[in-house]
Write a protein of this length. Structure first.
Length: 380
């Protein structure tokens, strides 16, 4: 008699759920268990700082709809350890044996130590932040990366007077930040967001902050967006190597029959990436490896997008060190264009500004992606 193989996936968010779906789609007929620490049905995080923050969606609209059959979803249970010798996952609800284990525990936001100051990583954070907006008229957002910019734009759309502060002189937008910064600055200013760049928040309060230039902007709501840390504490003492996330080979293997996908995973030599589509593509790849025993050959290139003040910004490529943007389609003055990013003259990526179809075409010309790796649609 043969026993069914089993795969245990740790983390019930986009990377974990997509791994389960991809396993089934690839014909895996073993048992699949997904263990997730949060008590909620799995949900998409990108809408939290967009449609949910602006009030267009209820939090439930961000739920991940899954088509995978026969997946055991164990919610509200936390992994506490991994014994690769015995092939057992330790959890707050007992031990789970596995044949293959997939780590998809993502990252956690750096949380402010001051009560009443908000951040935005989970659906509970979104509920707390939107509840705090009742009667508020001024908001202060600390951290001028992509998430801080989205929160500032969302709060501005809700009618609050928003100040966005950041320690760098430019607005950051992933690795393409410095090249896009002047355009991002104009976009925020045109939509009424006040920018305070090149300053540190030296003292945080629930009603404002003291900045390193001595000024003290006051606010009814304060939100920090100052980065995240990989959720790897539960792996301490295991055979898995930790160094800014779970260190894997180029196919996502962290130890024999142990894989890592999504924000928590670092597929060396590439750096760790915190973007939704990247998590999805890693999940597809690891599912293929588990089912066929062979990793797919294609390279996973970072792709991300954002919505700021009604402008859709899309970025594809490995853009570290990119030093020029050349417009290849659209009309810059009209606020719709696609640009090729180059490093010392060599193309390294594509940037789309409110021109999604032309962006997709330019991206495909730069490096065709397999047809089965389409972007996952968010509902509704
Ligand atoms: C507000 C917001 C907006 C975003 N917008 C965009 C965007 O526009 N575009 C884009 O590309 N990306 C965006 N992102 C990033 C994107 O959401 C992430 O890349 C994606 O969620 C990563 O998925 P993941 O499954 O790897 O990790 P996560 O979504 O972080 O999920 C990890 C899950 O594992 C669980 N977990 C952790 N530890 C344990 C444990 N010990 N046991 C069991 N479960 C555990 C966590 O509770 C969590 O549910 C955004 C993120 C946020 C927060």
């Amino acid at each position: 008699m043969t026993t069914r193989p089993s795969t245990v996936i740790v983390g019930a968010s986009i990377a974990g759920i997509t791994t389960a779906e991809s396993l089934r789609r690839a014909g895996y007929d073993g048992a699949i268990t997904v263990v997730g620490a949060e008590p909620h049905r799995p949900y998409h995080r990108p809408p939290l700082s967009k449609q949910v923050l602006t009030g267009q969606w209820a939090p439930a609209d961000a739920t991940i709809t899954t088509a995978a059959d026969g997946v055991d979803l164990v919610l509200g249970v936390r992994a506490t350890g991994l014994d690769t010798g015995r092939r057992v996952l330790l959890t707050t609800d007992g031990e789970l044996p596995y044949d293959s284990l997939v780590i998809a525990t993502g990252v956690s936001a750096r949380r402010p130590a001051v009560a009443g100051v908000h951040t935005l990583r989970t659906v509970d954070d979104a509920a707390a932040l939107t509840a705090a907006l009742d009667g508020a008229s001024r908001a202060l957002v600390i951290g001028a990366g992509i998430l801080g910019a989205e929160i500032a734009a969302g709060l501005s759309k809700r009618g609050l007077a928003v100040t966005l502060t950041g320690r760098h002189r430019e607005l950051r937008f992933g690795t393409i930040g410095p090249l896009l910064s002047p355009r991002l600055v104009r976009l925020h200013r045109a939509n009424g967001v006040r920018l305070r760049l090149g300053v540190d928040a030296v003292e945080l309060r629930r009603d404002g902050t003291v900045l390193s230039d001595g000024s003290e902007p006051a606010a009814d709501v304060v939100v920090t967006a100052t980065g995240c840390r990989p959720n790897v504490g539960w792996l301490a003492g295991s055979a898995v190597r930790i160094d800014d996330g779970v260190v894997c080979d180029t196919a996502g293997r962290a130890a024999p029959d142990v894989y890592a996908v999504g924000d928590v995973a670092r597929w060396a030599p590439a750096p760790r990436v915190e973007h939704q589509q990247h998590a999805i593509e890693q999940a597809h790849a690891v599912a293929t490896t588990i089912v066929t025993g062979r990793p797919p050959m294609h390279d996973i290139v970072p792709f991300y997008w954002s919505e700021l003040h009604g402008t859709r910004i899309q970025v594809y490529g490995r853009l570290d060190g990119a030093n020029a943007l050349a417009v290849v389609d659209g009309d810059v003055a009209g606020g719709r264009f696609v640009a090729l990013a180059t490093r010392d003259g060599a193309p390294v990526g594509v940037v789309g500004w409110n021109l999604p179809r032309a962006f997709r075409e330019a991206r495909a010309r730069l490096a065709p992606i397999p047809a089965d790796l389409g972007e996952r649609q968010l509902v509704p």
